[in-house]
Write a protein that binds this ligand. Structure first.
Ligand SMILES: NC(=O)c1ccc[n+]([C@@H]2O[C@H](COP(=O)([O-])OP(=O)(O)OC[C@H]3O[C@@H](n4cnc5c(N)ncnc54)[C@H](O)[C@@H]3O)[C@@H](O)[C@H]2O)c1
Ligand SMILES: [Zn+2]
Length: 215
């Protein structure tokens, strides 16, 4: 699918939260290359052992009740759901999912320098970055499951810290800062709003090609 090309000489859009650089007069090494967006979703990570939701072997297909474990409203109102949600995340984490050939191919395309590349992903697993794609080139539309945020005061902590607390006997760890609120994945539209959707709308006209992978 063709995006709205503006021709060489334009600056590449920066990702949300990054300060746009002032023009320095130096030639931007990216300007003569096509700017390509690759859209990815859960399907790209199934070969890494992370189930999708709605595919033939998807989590919700096989276990419809699991939808509650990742739905913010249920998570916030039901302690049992939170405990089960933590256990599910713990099990997925224990599998130590690694980037697969598709993640690596995208990182290699970036490293080849043939195109200026951005990945716009629904995924929260961080596998594009783990495959070697610089984090600044990955737009996580739905946030990340690699860190967790307090639903009340916004304090962030790593998933590993939360798992350590669960292993030490806290099945539903509250925030260490305010002591009251639940911890949830850094998730757009729920506990933390990263505004990524707005970026996607603003930047889409800058890309010269969109590549849609399994999503
Ligand atoms: N890895 C992850 O981070 C992960 C995993 C599951 C769900 N999610 C979250 O779930 C939400 C929905 O995501 P979604 O719409 O991408 O998931 P989805 O489950 O609705 O859709 C996944 C699609 O990919 C297809 N698919 C699966 N494996 C494939 C393969 N190897 N080749 C080709 N197609 C394949 C499935 O048939 C399905 O149509 C998002 O918010 C996302 O953040 C993320
Ligand atoms: Zn807090």
């Amino acid at each position: 699918m063709e995006g709205g090309a503006r021709g060489p000489g334009r600056r590449e859009p920066s990702l949300p939260g990054r300060k746009s650089r002032r023009p320095t007069g130096r030639r931007d090494p990216g300007v003569s290359r096509p700017l390509v967006a690759i859209l990815t979703g859960a399907g790209i990570s199934t070969d890494s052992g992370i189930p999708d939701y709605r595919g033939p072997r998807g989590l919700w297909t096989l276990h419809p009740e699991y939808e509650k474990l990742v739905t913010f409203e249920y998570y916030m109102t039901d302690r049992e759901i939170r405990c089960r949600s933590w256990q599910m995340r713990r099990q997925t984490h224990a599998l130590a999912p690694a980037p697969n050939a598709a993640h690596r191919a995208i990182a290699e395309l970036d490293q080849s320098g043939a195109v200026a590349l951005r990945v716009i992903t629904q995924n929260t697993d961080g596998l594009h970055q783990q495959a070697g794609l610089p984090a600044r080139k990955v737009l996580e539309l739905h946030g990340t499951s690699r860190s967790v945020v307090c639903t009340e005061c916004g304090a962030r902590t790593s998933l590993d810290d939360a798992f350590a607390r669960i292993d030490a006997g806290e099945p539903d760890p509250p925030c260490v800062e305010c002591g009251l609120a639940e911890l949830f994945s850094v998730s757009c539209g729920a506990a933390g709003n990263c505004g990524a959707g707005g970026y996607y709308k603003d930047a889409s006209g800058h890309f010269q090609a969109f590549v849609v992978s399994a999503a």
